[in-house]
Design a protein around this ligand. Sequence first.
Ligand code: SAH
Length: 222
Amino acid sequence: MSLDTAKNALFAKLAGVIRDPRVIEAMRAVPREFFVPSEDHHLAYEDEAMSIGQGQTISQPYIVALMTSALELRQTDKVLEVGTGSGYQAAILARLAGTIITVERLPLLAQEARRRLGDLGLTNADVREAGEVLGFPEKAPYDAIIVTAGAPPKIPQSLLGQLGFGGRMVIPVGGRYEQDLLKVQRTLEGYSTRSLGPCRFVPLIGDEGWEDEVGGALDDLL
Ligand code: SAH
């Protein structure tokens, strides 16, 4: 099957389940093959997570679409992504919102993602290396926060604090290898959460995440 045929099939499927046409349009405009290792280009439009090296993965397109639409982005929004990985999700966010700050703890992945986003001319996405505090408090508050690594059951307090009033956050929480995808909304009164369904992300590492563990993660996921 050619890449175009696979791409059309994938987007026909996504358009059937994701209601926001802007999300589908943004995803169609970002070449996923650009974000996966060259030997896997032919698989870029399968609806699967794929290895991107360093024990990390690019998320499954369905999950990218689900999370992105749950953020209810406006063109002027300031968005934080935790877990840049390949930069694919950040590229889609960059097409739908105003400013994207995306943080990544592995410097090599951050560097590659920065190059890809630059090559695509997406100048409103700023890739930063993760610091001591989870997220990027320097630019808070955010209209939307998307966490693309799996957090422990307790939603990290530092991310709740970086979400502005009226803000939306999508975050996988639960086990080290299997999580529940939550949508959190912040109002003047507090926070509300609801579940969007089960998902599988590589672990969120750090103080409010999991302990770093060399190897293992990818074998369990794929
Ligand atoms: N959104 C990515 C996929 C993310 S994979 C894409 O579109 O390709 C999850 C990423 O989160 C990994 O690259 C991992 O290194 C990173 N990560 C894990 N813990 C982190 C933390 N505390 N801060 C920032 N990045 C983190």
